[in-house]
Design a binder for this molecule. Sequence first.
Ligand SMILES: C[S@@+](CC[C@H](N)C(=O)[O-])C[C@H]1O[C@@H](n2cnc3c(N)ncnc32)[C@H](O)[C@@H]1O
Length: 260
Amino acid sequence: MPRFDADGVREEWDYAADAYAKGQSEGRDYYRLEFFGPYQIAMMGDVAGKALLDVGCGAGYFSRAMHERGAKVTGIDISPRMIDHARETGPAGITYEVLDAAAIDKKFPAASFDLATACLSLQDCPEPGRVLKAVAKVLRPGGRFVSAIEHPFSSMPFRQWQRGDDKKTKKWLCVDRYFERGAIPYTWKRWSYEFTTRALHVTLEQWIDWTVEAGFTIRALREPKPTEEALRSQPELEDATRVPYFLIFDLTAPAAGSAR
Ligand SMILES: C[S@@+](CC[C@H](N)C(=O)[O-])C[C@H]1O[C@@H](n2cnc3c(N)ncnc32)[C@H](O)[C@@H]1O
């Protein structure tokens, strides 16, 4: 397995990109498409006319949603193959760049964007603390960063559902080693081919420290649960009504002139 650094992550997601883009276009990723994605989109409110940066945009799922709502979107991702898919899907009004999120502030001038988003990508970056600092710099003072991550309470190094005698019923989620920091592998099964990617597990305390060190203030923290409609469409989402799988940070960038 490659190192969990910029090169390793690029290699991993480049390999994943074809299956990931195809699976998303076929609706396979229902946790994102029917559950936390719509929740995060609703949190964005009115984005019309706003300059928006989508960090770790992948094949462009969230960028397209923001473009459809009238934002002027720039999507960046470390994986060239993901960006190929995003550009192919379009529309042409979205600007896509291959870029390591840790270098956002080298590429874009300070205060370039009104808003930034990251749809389950920040914990895939090897250095989320650096990314948060870079995003703070390219946001205008008081701009918002809305970022969904895997909830640290359910992304632990040991995580396993205890099943009933029928081997299907999920009785309870066993978790352990919360305080152990690490890049946790996840194998995406039942896609057009199997691939493994890694996401960084750190404590909630560490996420808050990174956020504060970057100069952000927290407007809200959200722990989404699936709607009744999503549950009717995808009954398998029932487990997400019992365990917090996702955490969405709604952050405000520092005021002009404040230390970062
Ligand atoms: C789970 S995918 C999410 C993609 C997209 N936001 C979506 O909702 O479909 C995570 C993405 O983060 C990207 N990524 C990982 N590390 C990155 C980094 N350092 N800089 C930019 N993108 C990165 C990966 O290439 C991948 O496309």
